[in-house]
Design a protein around this ligand. Structure first.
Ligand code: ZN
Length: 311
C-alpha cells in the first residue's frame, strides 16, 4: 500500500502584466484578466497553498511541513525550501536581479537569496527573454544603469517552447510578454528591480533598487550559450534538466508508461499538458502534487508532460 499523494490547491496573484491563460488554458478557478501567477507548490507566507484532499485536506503546506517533517524526509530545514509557479506574462515584466543567500541574510532580515529556473511552457514565435547583460566591467555596469543606457545594457536571448534557463543569483533577467513559464525557485521573494521600462502603475513609477542591484549583479554575465538548454521530449524517460545546490529539475514526457523509484526526500510534480494516472490516481493538466518520502515505485501512464523537482 503506497503512501498518499499530496495534491495542492494553488494560490493566484493579480499583476499588471498578467493575463487570462491560467483560466483559459489551464482551467483554474480564478477570475480576472490580470492573473499573472499560479503558485502551484508554495508554503511562502505571501501565498501558502492548501492541501486539496486526503488525510491532511485543508491544512496549509507550511503547517504540514512543520507538523509532519517525516513526509518530507526530515531534512532539518526550517521552511519548505522550494516554490513552483506557472507564470502567464501578457506584458513584459520588469528587469530584475536576485541576491544570493549571504547577501539576503545580511541585508534582508535573514531571508534566503533566490536561485530560480524557467521552463518555457508556451510562447509566441520569435519570443525572447532578458537573461544577462552586456556590461563587461563594473564601471561599465554602473555607467549603463545610472545613465539609463538600457539599449546597451539589456541582453535578450531568443527562446522557444521547451527551452530551459537557469537564473543564478546576480543574473539580470526579465520575462517578456507572450510567454508562459514554469518556474522552480528557492522559497524566497527577494527581488531587486533594475528597470521598469519607465512604466507607471496607478500613476507612479514602481520602486527601483539601484544600489542593491549594482551590488549583486554578476559581471560579466554568463555567455548566451551557457545560459540556455534546448530540451526535447524523451518519451517515457525521466530527463534531468539541472542539479544545483538548491534543487534538481526533471522533464518527464509520458507517451505510454514508465516507472521509477521515488528515492528523493520528496518529489514535486506539475502536470503541464495531457492526462493520465499515477499509481492508478488520475492526473490532469494543471495538477500540482508532492510525493512524500519513501513513496516507493511511481508508475505513470497516459499522455502527459510533467516537470518534477526535488532537493
Ligand atoms: Zn526572478
Amino acid at each position: 500500500m503506497s503512501k498518499e499523494i499530496i495534491f495542492l490547491n494553488p494560490v493566484f496573484t493579480h499583476n499588471i502584466w498578467g493575463g487570462t491563460r491560467l483560466k483559459d488554458d489551464f482551467h483554474y478557478p480564478v477570475e480576472g484578466d490580470d492573473i499573472g501567477e499560479c503558485w502551484g507548490v508554495s508554503a511562502h507566507p505571501n501565498g501558502d497553498d492548501t492541501i486539496a484532499a486526503g488525510t491532511y485536506k485543508g491544512m496549509k503546506l507550511s503547517e504540514l511541513w512543520d507538523k509532519h517533517p517525516e513526509l518530507f524526509g526530515n531534512t532539518g530545514l526550517d521552511r519548505f525550501p522550494l516554490l513552483i509557479k506557472i507564470i502567464d506574462a501578457k506584458a513584459d515584466l520588469s528587469i530584475q536581479v536576485h541576491p544570493n543567500d549571504a547577501y539576503a541574510k545580511e541585508h534582508e532580515n535573514g531571508s534566503l537569496g533566490k536561485t530560480e529556473c524557467w521552463y518555457i511552457v508556451d510562447c509566441k514565435e520569435d519570443s525572447a527573454l532578458v537573461v544577462g547583460h552586456n556590461a563587461k566591467t563594473r564601471e561599465e555596469l554602473k555607467d549603463m544603469v545610472e545613465n539609463g543606457r538600457w539599449n546597451d545594457f539589456i541582453r535578450e536571448i531568443p527562446v522557444k517552447k521547451g527551452d530551459f534557463i537557469q537564473i543564478d543569483p546576480g543574473t539580470v533577467h526579465a520575462i517578456k510578454g507572450g510567454i508562459m513559464i514554469l518556474e522552480t525557485q528557492q522559497n524566497s521573494d527577494i527581488t531587486y528591480r533594475v528597470y521598469d521600462y519607465d512604466r507607471l502603475s496607478n500613476g507612479v513609477p514602481r520602486e527601483l533598487h539601484i544600489k542593491q542591484s549594482l551590488e549583486v549583479i554578476t559581471v560579466p554575465a554568463k555567455s548566451v550559450e551557457n545560459s540556455i538548454l534546448h530540451t526535447q521530449a524523451k518519451p517515457d524517460e525521466v530527463q534531468r534538466l539541472i542539479s544545483c545546490n538548491y534543487y534538481s529539475v526533471y522533464r518527464i514526457d509520458v507517451a505510454d508508461k514508465l516507472s521509477f523509484k521515488q528515492d528523493h526526500p520528496f518529489l514535486i510534480m506539475s502536470v503541464l499538458d495531457g492526462e493520465g494516472t499515477l499509481n492508478g490516481t488520475s492526473l490532469k493538466k494543471g495538477d500540482h502534487l508532492i510525493l512524500p518520502n519513501d513513496y516507493g515505485t511511481v508508475e505513470l501512464s497516459g499522455s502527459m508532460q510533467i516537470i518534477a523537482s526535488s532537493l
